[in-house]
Ligand binder design. Structure first.
Ligand code: HMS
Length: 265
């Protein structure tokens, strides 16, 4: 067979099919994450945006604009390039992607280890974001999961590209895998959409516990040395990721002594 023809067939029926299979898997995973977030009480019926990158392709699938989470299905998710534009002629492309699509694409372009972005309006984490208040690292589980307090980010409301810029500005090079966008809500990232949803679930849990603690009286943050130890032990088995420092390189943002947050409520 002519060499050119062989290369053409390989491209079409080997790499092309592999990409199609990867797209189908991403569609199934992201649709399943929407259902899981609803089932777990981590999402409003509408609002937020969830996406998952297609491995080894400059593509991701995302929630259609204005679609209730309960109606999301693999075939109506929107396949986008990393610029956030829908790929014409693909299933779901007749629908507009979430207004936040360009922001999700920005995250994928600037944080290569991220394969899933979950912006969901889970109640307690959204309440911390509404207050523009970081969640103090007052429990070992916060240190293990987030490596310190859960940070706040600034995202110009209505400028949906800003969601991506805010996520990258705060999370690139940091341990935390979630950010509380002031006035907008929490955004969690992970290697996959499922992992990002798991982070969103952990975030909601610690947001609720720490809120209860703060309502109950004086809140004490863990000493930085304990935070570092807890985080390093929890992530010791993980390979260092390109856009996240090894635990010990995390900038020490906090005092090295327990800081006390006086309840104002
Ligand atoms: O981001 C939020 C709210 O924080 C979403 O409700 C808003 O972006 C939804 O837009 P889409 O319906 O996804 O176009």
């Amino acid at each position: 067979m002519a060499q050119g023809r062989e290369a053409e067939l390989r491209e079409k029926y080997v790499s092309g099919v592999k990409t199609e299979v990867a797209i189908a898997r991403a569609r199934a995973d992201v649709a399943a994450v929407h259902a899981e977030l609803l089932r777990e009480g981590l999402a409003l019926p509408m609002g937020g945006s969830v996406s998952g990158k297609v491995p080894k392709a400059d593509l991701f699938v995302i929630t259609p604009a204005g679609m209730p989470f309960a109606e999301v299905a693999p075939e109506n998710l929107v396949l986008c390039g990393l610029d956030g534009e829908a790929v014409p002629g693909t299933p779901g492309s007749e629908l507009a992607p979430s207004v936040a699509a360009a922001g999700h694409g920005y995250v994928y372009r600037h944080m290569p280890a991220v394969g899933g972005v979950v912006h969901t309006l889970s109640p307690y984490a959204s309440a911390w974001a509404a207050r523009g208040e970081e969640i103090p690292c007052a429990l070992a589980v916060v240190a293990e999961e987030f490596g310190g307090p859960v940070p706040v980010g600034e995202s110009a409301l209505g400028d949906h590209d800003a969601l991506g810029h805010a996520v990258v500005d705060v999370l690139a090079g940091r341990r935390a895998r979630a950010v509380l966008l002031r006035g907008q809500g929490p955004v969690a990232v992970g290697a996959t959409a499922r992992e990002a949803a798991s982070v969103a679930g952990q975030l909601e849990g610690v947001a609720r516990i720490v809120q209860l603690a703060q309502d109950g009286g004086l809140l004490t943050s863990l000493p930085q040395s304990a935070v570092d130890r807890l985080y390093e032990e929890r992530h010791a088995h993980e390979p260092p990721q390109a856009d996240r420092p090894a635990a010990s390189k995390q900038p020490l943002r906090q005092l090295n002594t327990a800081t006390k947050t006086k309840t104002s409520r």
